[in-house]
Write a protein that binds this ligand. Structure first.
Ligand code: ADP
Ligand code: MG
Length: 359
């Protein structure tokens, strides 16, 4: 061991230091994993989509994992543990649905500091249990460790799909319609409301009337605290006989996600600002906070809605599906990834998203 440490120390002293922020999250993942060729014939899709795809027998197995860290992904000052448990499961299921698959099992790994009691963890698991019951998923294992840094939750989810049903990010074709479910920017506005409340409470001399009410805005909080994976949309698309050409869930904001689809499909896009579905109350709160709701919809993240592309021939069927909105179309790659403003102006979409490693 001593030798090993000495060796490492020597090595490190000669090594250049590159800040992670120079690569960003996706650059970092690419950098670390590009020398890891796939070795198993059963691995059909490795890194780069919402879930990995494996073939064991006739069905395909999907696998995705997500890590949630206290202080980075959630703040327990206003996030109830039961909601956190629900959300931690929901965001994993969302990645399986985004492949057009069915989630089946999860494992849950926890890092827990001494601050937490048995009752706290019971609350967390009550939320997880609720999500498992609702989406018919079994919790089949995990790992538990003491932690020096609050609460860490890592969930891995397995799912199944038929090979012909799986939808990747790389199948979008020129002239395909670009669709989103639900509405966008709402979870971000919910977060803004919660943050404003937290800051108001943190001032010792805060007057009760200076603390904003959540009345009439519960839906925004719900979107932030208890997102629902869109299994219903996956079911409706299947019932309508529509198989999207490309799909992913919107965890980082529409801008960043459509750029992933365009990049991987080698196409461009035109997204129409006035077609982006916005919740009325979210728009009201944005205005109150001097935020541009379209910017929030493009870059806010955590909506866990579905973004997908469909062949033009599916237009008639698509317009009949409740809560699905056509927001633009796929173009040739030369066009770039563009936002078409209300007056026809063209703006290059910026993938801000949640750039975890940028300050
Ligand atoms: P999502 O937002 O859908 O959960 P991510 O943006 O987190 O997906 O990840 C993009 C891709 O990179 C996925 O295929 C994921 O499995 C992979 N990935 C993320 N982090 C790592 C890592 N540390 N090592 C290897 N692959 C990773
Ligand atoms: Mg995803």
């Amino acid at each position: 061991m001593q030798n090993f440490l000495y060796f490492c120390g020597q090595n490190i002293s000669f090594m250049a230091r590159t800040e992670i922020s120079t690569l960003g999250e996706f650059g970092l993942i690419r950098h670390l994993t590009d020398k890891l060729p796939l070795q198993q014939p059963s691995t059909k899709k490795g890194i780069g989509d919402d879930a990995a795809v494996m073939q064991f027998g006739s069905k395909r197995t999907l696998m995705t994992t997500d890590l949630l860290l206290e202080g980075i992904h959630f703040n327990l000052e206003y996030v109830p543990l039961k909601h956190l448990g629900y959300k931690a499961v929901a965001v994993n299921l969302s990645d399986i649905y985004a492949m057009n698959g069915t989630p089946t099992q999860i494992t849950v790994s926890l890092g827990v500091s001494a601050r937490f009691s048995v009752e706290d963890l019971e609350e967390l698991y009550a939320g997880m249990r609720l999500a498992c019951e609702k989406y018919k998923v079994d919790l089949v294992g995990g790992d538990t460790s003491a932690s020096m840094t609050g609460l860490t939750i890592s969930i891995t989810c397995l799912g199944i799909a038929n090979d012909k049903d799986i939808v990747y990010r790389n199948g979008a074709k020129v002239n395909d319609l670009i669709c989103v479910s639900g509405n966008l920017g709402t979870a971000y506005m919910g977060l803004q409301l919660l943050e404003r409340e937290r800051i108001a409470h943190s001032h010792q001399d805060a007057q009760p009337e200076s603390i904003p009410a959540f009345e009439g805005r519960e839906y925004l909080l719900e979107r932030q605290l208890k997102p629902e994976p869109r299994q219903d949309i996956i079911d409706k698309l299947r019932e309508a006989g529509i198989r999207p050409t490309a799909m992913m869930d919107i965890s980082d904001g529409l801008s960043s996600e459509i750029k992933h689809i365009c990049h991987q499909s080698n196409v461009g896009c035109a997204i129409y600002e006035d077609k982006i579905p916005i919740d009325f109350v979210a728009a009201e709160v944005a205005e109150e906070m001097n935020l541009n709701i379209v910017t929030c919809a493009l870059n806010g993240g955590e909506d866990y809605e579905l973004l997908f592309t469909c062949d033009l021939k599916d237009y008639e069927k698509l317009v009949g599906i409740e809560d699905v909105y056509i927001v633009g179309h796929i173009t040739k790659p030369e066009f770039g990834t563009m936002l078409i403003g209300r007056n026809g102006e063209e703006l290059e979409l910026q993938a801000q998203g949640w750039q975890a490693f940028k300050s």
